[in-house]
Ligand binder design. Structure first.
Ligand code: HEM
Length: 271
């Protein structure tokens, strides 16, 4: 025992040995985060914590400020990915079998009805939560600089969410899906200049059929989720770089003066 640590208990010594060991120091590199510098270093050196900015506005952390609509949208996206992968084990994108597939899935496969309903409800909820998130961001003016780029990324995410919902709708190949997609894709020819080309790319031929089903399927399970995941990575990175969710603006000089006057006023005064 060294002369500088005469009163240390066995537990203190064991702790000291542990935190000074090579294994510990290779994981925790910056000691206890008790100074602003160490707090920054600890945040940056941790794969999970570095997703957050080092400092955030206390007001913007309140659940009633964001209603966690962005977080809920992300959670639903994860849930949709997991339940979607399970559904992919049984679903075959063929006009001859897709409808039967879905029907059998519900009655024959264990927990498939629950999985399908989770997927369907989460899809509806995600459209709602992303829309509410967008409204919240707009209401708080959080689209203003320096967050204007993230607003644009958000608009792309909004469209990805709508297209995911639209493409998924066709997959059961029931009457409501076929006619909803027929009506939806019939809007495409009205696109200025590129109308016919857009329709052909979307439908894959003269009318909604097998080619459409394959296109929507590939879009639904590969292209759109990939685009969504990439855009979300950029979205979260930008939130961090822009200093977290935007808090309310700081009080104006007039508000500060009014507050100071109130504090100065003698107790019981009505002014
Ligand atoms: C899949 C869709 C989306 C996901 C998963 C998502 C996720 C998030 C999360 C987790 C936040 C942190 C604060 C919060 O929860 O409100 C956030 C902030 C933000 N989002 Fe989204 N978002 C999505 C879509 C959108 C859309 C459609 C827009 C707007 C068109 C948008 C614009 C923004 C902006 C500007 C911020 C910063 C807000 C602030 O600083 O207060 N996002 N997003």
């Amino acid at each position: 025992m060294s002369s500088s640590t005469p009163n240390k208990s066995l537990l203190d010594l064991a702790t000291q040995k542990l935190v000074e060991s090579q294994v510990w120091r290779s994981i925790f590199r910056h000691g206890y985060p008790d100074t602003p510098l160490n707090q920054s270093l600890v945040m940056m050196g941790n794969v999970f914590l570095h997703l957050h900015p080092v400092k955030v506005s206390r007001q913007a952390m309140k659940i009633t400020y964001t209603w966690c609509m962005g977080g809920i949208s992300f959670f639903l996206f994860l849930l949709l990915t997991i339940t979607g992968v399970f559904l992919m084990f049984y679903y075959v994108p063929s006009v001859d079998t897709a409808y039967q597939n879905i029907n059998q899935l519900q009655s024959v496969v264990a927990f498939a009805n629950l999985t399908r309903n989770m997927h369907r409800w989460a899809a509806h909820l995600m459209v709602v939560s992303v829309s509410l998130h967008m409204i919240r961001v707009f209401y708080h003016g959080a689209y203003k600089p320096p967050r204007e780029f993230n607003w644009v990324v958000g608009v792309l995410l909004f469209f990805v969410t709508l297209f995911l919902s639209f493409t998924g709708y066709l997959l059961p190949w029931d009457q409501i899906a076929i006619w909803a997609i027929t009506v939806g894709t019939n809007l495409a020819p009205y696109t200025p200049l590129l109308g016919d080309a857009v329709y052909k790319v979307l439908v894959g031929g003269g009318a909604v059929g097998q080619e459409t089903l394959i296109r929507f399927y590939v879009g639904h399970v590969i292209l759109l989720p990939l685009a969504g995941a990439l855009l979300m990575a950029v979205h979260f990175w930008r939130i961090r770089k822009d200093g977290g969710a935007a808090g309310p603006p700081p009080p104006s000089r007039r508000e500060l003066e009014a507050r100071a006057d109130l504090e100065k006023a003698p107790a019981g005064s009505t002014r």
